[in-house]
Design a protein around this ligand. Structure first.
Ligand code: XIL
Length: 372
């Protein structure tokens, strides 16, 4: 089950209070209604259209889903030329029990699957407050932070050198709500090593694989100006210190009712710093979606389309990844929520439906790539 970030937890909690007012999805809990757009099935896969424009298209996938679901596996092979492990590359997945007790198999299997199907692999995330192994808090408070970070980053990045070409080195390190002047999120790494933990992580990753693309990844910079500014200041501090940082990942968990008003300034400033911009986790948080499948799908598609209409004149990302490919495996749903998202709606925020048929959102991506 996905771990909720504090942001998600708080939103969920407040929506639960308002729960009585939420409309109920018609037709029960499972994928009762399937809209497959036959028209799209004959179009070339996103992988092919993207490659013609020198862009990688891909998705976050979990090894268990790849193994158990042939239809999903085939869809990933058909549509993607890059994949990113949804969970398998995170610290808690790689070292769940204790320092040095590595568990590589799920990530190894995913990387092997990618190689067999001529796909690239991104890695995420070396440092992320939400994938912190339970045992590690004690180790950090005992002063093992610096050596632990060194051992962990060096081991993982060098093990996958040449096979994982791009790493989210630090994920979601900014949170203005925590009230610090530098905008940094309060987290155990910050407590243990001070603000320099970020720079240290990038330098270690670079030493372990000098050819890997190193990325700072975060969410909501398109919507939340205060956060976008704090991220820009962090990037600028890192650049001024010659930290090996190559790109910024816009997660792009898009919300249908919001305008990306902070995007233009953010992209302009990032360009001035000569950093690339990647779209790393695109999907639709359909919290305001209407209670109608066709309208839902249309809104997901127009939200995607509008985002790219704003973005593309500003930057041309060389990588576009959605956070999942099929609605069946979206992080926004979970068993507990009966395939509904945190807002109580059925999840349809990805390019393919539960049965891996292309939806209007798929077409929005297709059209975006065609227009580049
Ligand atoms: C999520 C995965 O989708 C879940 O399966 C896992 O339990 C927790 O992590 N932002 C990110 C991603 O940067 O790494 C998160 O992925 C989703 C939010």
């Amino acid at each position: 089950m996905p771990r909720l970030t504090r942001r998600q937890f708080m939103t969920t909690a407040s929506m639960a209070v308002a729960g009585a007012m939420l409309p109920v999805w018609p037709g029960g809990t499972q994928a009762a209604v399937e809209i497959s757009a036959q028209d799209y099935e004959n179009l070339p896969p996103l992988r092919v259209t993207a490659a013609q424009k020198d862009i990688l298209y891909g998705a976050a996938v979990g090894t268990p889903n790849l193994k158990k679901d042939q239809r999903f596996r085939e869809a990933v092979i058909r549509e993607c030329n890059v994949i990113v492990p949804e969970w398998e590359g995170k610290w808690k997945a790689l070292m769940p029990e204790a320092r040095g007790a590595w568990r590589y198999e799920p990530l190894d299997e995913l990387v092997q699957f990618a190689q067999e199907n001529a796909m690239k692999v991104r890695g995420t995330a070396l440092i992320w407050h939400n994938a912190f192994p339970d045992w590690a808090a004690g180790a950090l408070s005992e002063g093992q932070g610096a050596s632990l970070m060194e051992e962990y980053i060096q081991t993982v990045v060098s093990r996958y050198r040449g096979r994982i070409f791009s790493w989210d080195v630090v994920n979601e390190a900014i949170d203005p709500k925590d009230g610090r002047d530098d905008g940094l999120r309060q987290c155990l790494w910050l407590e243990a090593l001070g603000p320099a933990y970020i720079e240290r992580a990038f330098r270690l990753a670079h030493e372990a694989d000098p050819s890997a693309q190193l990325v700072y990844n975060d969410f909501a910079m398109e919507y939340w100006e205060e956060k976008a500014d704090a991220v820009l200041s962090l990037l600028s501090r890192l650049k001024n210190k010659n930290v090996p940082l190559h790109a910024v990942g816009l997660q792009a968990h898009l919300q249908t009712e919001k305008r990306s008003r902070a995007l233009a300034k953010f992209c302009a400033e990032v360009k001035k710093m000569e950093l690339e911009i990647l779209i790393t986790e695109l999907d639709i948080w359909d919290n305001f979606l209407v209670n109608d499948v066709q309208k839902t799908d249309q809104l997901a598609a127009t939200t995607t389309q509008k985002f790219f209409e704003l973005l593309m004149p500003l930057v041309r990302p060389k990588q576009i990844l959605t956070w999942g490919l099929s609605d069946r495996y979206s992080w926004l749903s979970s068993k507990d929520l009966n395939k509904k998202n945190y807002f109580g709606k059925h999840v349809r925020g990805l390019p393919l439906d539960d049965n891996c048929h292309r939806k209007q959102m798929w077409n929005a991506l297709h059209e975006t790539l065609m227009k580049v």
